[in-house]
Design a protein around this ligand. Structure first.
Ligand SMILES: [Zn+2]
Length: 411
């Protein structure tokens, strides 16, 4: 199965598990390693979908949870599926919504995200009930699936491994993900193990539902591929077991999800444990990373695609990428740019750098002009697109280590 999505390795880095390759989908080819633009609501924030290819974006990821709640998969399907609906005709993924369901439960309760700080003395919850501070249950979890309240209107919804596949079939992305149970870094070993085992059972059910509906012409995109999701928190034996179990199932690719630990070091360890256990010939996706150095670290550990909200989130806060600056970015709010006539990055070919000065952008940012969000986002997207192209070329030419050193990224 899964001939709808295929992957081939083009070149392997001699010094690390990094590789370059091609991911072929029904809506085009993605050269890897690639970053996947985050288009939660079927749009990268502040940029119109139609023009994304002009900026070099190869693939985007939309969110099943949000699109299910609004406008609803029936509406998207009636309008021809996510490609036709949004005007973006390139490769597209949808996340399963598991992360949103659980981050609005346990994540909200603990006040943590994917990589979180542990609050000293705070104990992980004993039960599987995710409760808000008021005691009102936000997520009710059973073997059957997850019941949750909409963040849009409070209505009650149920996700099962089967219903999520049907929703994603109706949305029509090229690469889809099955329902998983995401744990927080504050969950203990026993809880994380139970959640991982449930995720494996859900993966089998999701795969069965997917195969049943495969190639069904009544859906907007009959040529979808389903990836499996590896869970297991920051525990080595769980990650290894999950990678083995998910890797042995008939998925088109493998995604690494869930809590990646409480620090960057833990995240890297999770990748070190997980990636070597995954099937060599299948594409590997890392769900949700943030920084330039994470991106190098993921690529050098054998990740082929990753989604990254940083270029858009940072841009909206005035933070734009610039190679060689501290953490490779500058904040345009800074007073030192008030009369700076230079573009953000003189070597950048993006629309923003070709037409506007730091001084003008700083002014727009401070004035809260909508155009600032777009201009800053365009630069950050283009920066990441060009960096990924550099990384691919470096892999092909056996000099990834040299490039990483040039970016002062630790190994
Ligand atoms: Zn630029």
């Amino acid at each position: 199965m899964s001939a709808s999505v295929s992957f081939s390795v083009r070149h392997r880095d001699p010094g690390s598990p990094a590789r370059s390759g091609e991911l072929v989908t029904a809506h085009g080819v993605v050269r890897t390693p690639a970053f996947v633009g985050v288009a939660t609501q079927a749009s990268i924030k502040a940029v119109e979908p139609r023009g994304l290819a002009d900026h070099g974006i190869q693939i985007v990821i939309a969110n099943t949870y949000h699109l299910h709640l609004r406008p609803g998969e029936e509406t998207v399907a009636a309008l021809g599926g996510i490609h036709e609906f949004s005007g973006w005709s390139g490769p597209t993924m949808t996340d399963s919504g598991g992360f949103q369901v659980f981050s609005l439960g346990a994540g909200k309760e603990h006040g943590v995200g994917k990589i979180a700080s542990i609050f000293p003395g705070e104990a992980p919850p004993a039960s599987s009930g995710h409760r808000s501070r008021s005691g009102r249950s936000l997520v009710r979890l059973t073997e059957q699936g997850a019941e949750f309240r909409s963040i849009v209107d409070g209505s009650l919804h149920t996700f099962t491994p089967e219903s999520v596949i049907t929703i994603e079939r109706k949305l029509g992305a090229d690469i889809i993900l099955p329902l998983d149970e995401c744990t927080s870094p504050l969950h203990d070993y026993e809880y994380t193990k139970r959640a991982m085992e449930r995720t494996h059972r859900w993966a089998r059910r999701g795969l069965a539902a997917f195969q049943l509906l495969e190639q069904d012409p009544s859906f907007p995109n009959p040529h979808q591929g389903l990836y499996g999701i590896v869970q297991g928190g920051a525990y080595r034996d769980l990650r290894e077991e999950s990678a083995r179990v998910i890797g042995a199932m008939d998925f088109a690719g493998c995604a690494i999800g869930g809590s990646l630990g409480c620090s960057k070091e833990e995240m890297l360890r999770v990748l070190d444990w997980t990636v070597p256990m995954l099937p060599e010939e299948r594409p590997r996706h890392l769900l949700g990373i943030g920084e330039i150095e994470d991106l190098f670290a993921a690529v050098r550990r054998g990740i082929d695609t990753f989604d990254c909200a940083a270029p858009t989130r940072l841009a909206r806060n005035g933070s734009v990428f610039l190679k060689g600056a501290s953490r490779h970015r500058i904040n345009l709010r800074n007073a030192r740019f008030a009369r700076d006539e230079r573009p953000i990055d003189p070597t950048c070919d993006c629309f923003t750098c070709r037409h506007h000065s730091r001084a003008y952008l700083r002014h727009l940012c401070r004035a809260g002009e909508f155009s600032f969000y777009r201009l800053a986002t365009l630069h950050n997207l283009r920066f990441l697109v060009r960096l990924m192209a550099e990384i691919r070329t470096a892999i092909d030419e056996d000099r990834l280590g040299v490039l990483a050193a040039e970016w002062e990224v630790p190994a």
